[in-house]
Ligand binder design. Structure first.
Ligand code: ATP
Ligand code: MG
Length: 590
């Protein structure tokens, strides 16, 4: 048991000026963390206790899912990353710890980076240590600090520059076993989130810069979340916005036949979809083709959408470029022959079509059938453009942003949208890393194969804050049992009375024996202050001992999540508290 007067729980009445959301305010006000600088936080004793509890439950569940714990360095030789498949993309978010500049000791000093994640360290390790199918599968994990130079650190621990992550890496002999490892981890995540008392939705996710074949994100539904979840409650379909698809284009759609010959018409000064929609042209946006030009690993490529659709940029990841970005007007004109606003991909109109790495069309343009597009001549457009007859298309794909109300790909019912906080992520990586680093094994026929990998991450700090975001009220935090810094708060209103403190210790001992962590509020503060702090800090079970109650022969028992207060005769107090603790524990771990 700990005594508040000697411990350190610096609660605050006011929220810090930079805290925009409830959980960030409460994190600071309840004395869990203090800010050092943007995205850098000190865990105060209460905050550290929660972090340690979450980490321990996470450890238990990942181990149950087959994980083996180890710990890798935070500081990585840049060389490890240079040899890997994503150095150009990853270096933008990495803090460099090289000795260039003032502190440089020699020109040959290697460059170091602070690890944002550890594929680049674990894969070479496994390559060196594991050579035979007899030693597979293996799933290594650690719980440690990660560093990411986030462009916009915000919301406290939600998006920090330095944060604690559980990261795991599985190695299997083939796809089938890799999928088993993936599902074992998915089940471990579900058990973890259930035990810590937070509701999550597993959504299909984009594989982004990690590459690889499939992935799920675990989302805590919350208004302030950074991510959009597209879902349908009945069918169970759930995907993040980057990945979400809809059944907007019917599977049996017949391509519209051409309606007339392509015709050029003058559109002086018209460079937007909206301007072409207006009089005198009056071309509806869903009858226009939108042509975007991107640079993929240094080469231009075009993306074609309906005029009324928006590009979901992350979906371009499926095209296989390591790095891509919108092309500049200076890059576009020599290739297309016109500036943005007059572009199109009608056969024979592209100035230097050979320079294009491809023309990628969203499926939904088939709904346009015959439409209007730029002529690759500033101030001119083309109409009666037929998708099949007239457009140069390398490949169709899904590139558009899905909107709520569109048909669910599973059930055809309208899709819904809600915001979520990504607290965990699982990827089936495939052989991208093992091939790059030569992490191969020999099978029973002495044949060599790359290991099939998966990688997995849980943000411990972000999860802590998501719990608060999901579980608080106007007065403060309402901790779920297993996440709480302490389970029981013994609130002593008259700590100057020796009999009150003796009873507090006796009840605390009874609670501890039943498996609770106990904090005794023995501060010489007014009851109002103590109750306010108790609500703010949010410890699940509060016992109140006061001089008046002692005279009446009672103490009070109150759950943070409930309104009513139970008066308990002193003679029953120890047994009742032990029973309350036992009940709460078994419910939380059911
Ligand atoms: P985001 O999309 O939010 O930037 P991410 O997809 O880059 O996150 P992953 O690489 O999948 O994150 O990392 C695994 C987990 O680590 C995430 O699910 C999240 O819980 C946590 N995490 C990632 N970045 C941060 C951060 N800057 N601060 C705190 N936690 C983070
Ligand atoms: Mg992620």
């Amino acid at each position: 048991m700990k005594f508040w007067s000697q411990y350190f729980v610096p609660t605050l009445k006011e929220s810090p000026a930079d805290a925009e959301i409830a959980s960030h305010k409460l994190l600071v006000r309840a004395g869990l963390v203090r800010k050092l600088s943007g995205g850098l936080y000190t865990y105060l004793p209460l905050g550290l206790r929660v972090m340690q509890k979450l980490a321990q439950i996470c450890r238990e569940e990942i181990e149950r899912g087959g994980g083996i714990e180890l710990a890798m360095p935070h500081l990585h030789p840049a060389e490890n990353w240079q040899q890997g498949p994503r150095w150009p993309a990853a270096r933008e978010i990495m803090f460099r710890a090289d000795s260039s500049g003032e502190g440089k000791r020699s020109a040959h000093e290697p460059e170091f980076v602070l690890g944002p994640t550890h594929e680049e360290v674990i894969t070479p390790l496994v390559k060196a240590e594991i050579t035979s199918y007899r030693d597979l599968p293996k799933n290594f994990f650690q719980i440690g600090t990660k560093f990411r130079n986030e462009i916009r650190p915000r919301y406290g621990l939600m998006r920090a520059r330095e944060f604690v992550m559980m990261d795991a890496y599985s190695f299997d002999v083939d796809d089938e076993h890799a999928i088993k490892s993936y599902h074992a981890m998915k089940a471990a995540y579900e058990a973890f989130y259930r035990r810590i008392g937070v509701h999550t939705i597993a959504v299909e996710a984009d594989t982004g810069v990690m590459g690889g074949s499939f992935s799920h994100e675990f989302m805590v539904p919350a208004e302030i979340g950074d991510d959009d979840v597209i879902y349908n409650e009945q069918s169970g379909y759930a995907a993040n916005r980057q990945k979400a698809m809809s059944a907007l284009v019917p599977a049996d759609l017949k391509d519209a036949p051409p309606e007339a010959a392509v015709e050029e018409f003058a559109t002086p000064g018209i460079v937007t979809i909206a301007a072409l929609e207006a009089a005198p042209y009056a071309v509806p946006a869903d009858k226009q083709f939108k042509t975007l030009v991107y640079m993929g690993d240094g080469k231009p490529f075009a993306v074609i959408l309906r005029g009324c659709d928006e590009l979901e940029e992350a979906k371009l990841g499926a095209l296989g470029f390591t790095l891509f970005r919108p092309a500049t007007p200076e890059e576009i004109e020599p290739v297309m022959g016109a500036k943005p606003g007059s572009l199109g991909v009608v056969k024979g109109t592209i100035k230097n079509g050979a320079a294009l790495a491809g023309v990628f069309a969203d499926h939904a343009i088939r709904l346009v059938g015959n439409g209007t597009t730029g002529a690759n001549k500033d101030g001119f457009h083309l109409r009666h453009v037929n998708v099949v007859r007239d457009l140069t298309i390398t490949k169709f794909g899904d590139f558009r942003r899905v909107h709520p109300g569109e048909p669910d790909p599973k059930s055809g019912q309208p899709l819904q949208l809600r915001r979520g906080i990504e607290v965990g992520h699982i990827f089936k990586l495939g052989t991208k890393y093992s091939e790059k680093y030569g992490a191969v094994f020999t099978d029973d026929q002495k044949q060599s194969h790359p290991m099939v990998m998966g990688c997995y991450g849980i943000g411990i700090g972000r999860t802590l804050q998501a719990i608060i975001e999901q579980s608080h009220d106007a007065d403060g935090i309402v901790w779920p049992w297993n996440s709480a810094p302490f389970h029981v708060l013994v609130c002593v209103l008259d700590p100057q009375l020796p009999e009150a403190m003796d009873l507090a210790k006796k009840l605390a001992t009874a609670a501890e024996r039943a498996g609770a962590d106990v904090l005794i509020d023995d501060r010489a503060e007014r009851p109002g202050v103590k109750f306010k702090d108790a609500d703010l800090v949010g410890i699940p079970l509060r016992l109140t001992i006061g001089g008046k109650g002692l005279k009446e022969g009672i103490i009070e028992l109150k759950w943070r999540a409930q309104k009513d207060v139970a008066k308990i005769p002193l003679a029953e107090a120890e047994a009742r508290i032990a029973a309350a603790v036992t009940g709460a524990r078994s419910q939380a771990n059911a």
